[in-house]
Design a protein around this ligand. Structure first.
Ligand code: SF4
Length: 168
């Protein structure tokens, strides 16, 4: 089955949601302490002012991080951004966290297509894929996804596929 979902980050269409949302402790991969919801001090607009020098300046963690395409998808759900309206900070952070979880389990479900699944499990896999690819996500639908523990439910289901993973 071809993969219809693009998990590539598109920073040019994202309101820098990772650089806003994520918390970091100063260590070998991030050169300063940053709290969740506080824009990184290296941000310029929605771009990283040190993008070309991230590794040499001690930010290899930023290079390694993958939002799996959640950033641009979450940004597209809103008519404005946290830069224009600080009240949008919490909703955009929530949507980013929830969309990242959706993209993560979608990626796992697509990876499971490589397994030789019995008919029942393949039908269940397709059911989950359909659940996670609505015509249009909304902030409310993402909240429901999180509130109802769908991510955990799918991960539990995926663990049940272990018997179909080739051992050699
Ligand atoms: S260093 Fe650059 S890429 Fe990393 S969080 Fe800050 S602004 Fe974003």
């Amino acid at each position: 089955m071809t993969n219809p979902i693009d998990f590539t980050s598109d920073c040019s269409n994202c309101a820098a949601l990772c650089c806003l949302s994520l918390a970091f402790d100063k260590d070998d991969s991030f050169a300063h302490d940053k709290a969740a919801g506080v824009p990184c001090h290296n941000l310029s607009g929605f771009g990283c002012a040190i993008h070309k020098d991230l590794i040499s300046k001690g930010y290899s963690g930023c290079v390694a991080y993958q939002c799996l395409g959640a950033g641009q998808r979450a940004t597209a759900l809103f008519d404005t951004t946290w830069r224009d309206d600080p009240k949008m900070t919490a909703p955009m952070m929530d949507a980013f966290r929830q969309m990242r979880a959706v993209q993560s389990v979608l990626q796992l479900l697509h990876a499971a297509s490589a397994l030789k699944l019995p008919t029942l499990q393949e039908q269940e896999r397709r059911h989950w894929l359909n659940q996670l690819t609505p015509e249009q996500w909304t902030p409310r639908a993402l909240e429901t996804f999180e509130e109802e523990g769908v991510e955990a439910e799918i991960k539990t289901w995926l663990r049940g596929l272990a018997e179909f993973v080739p051992t050699s």
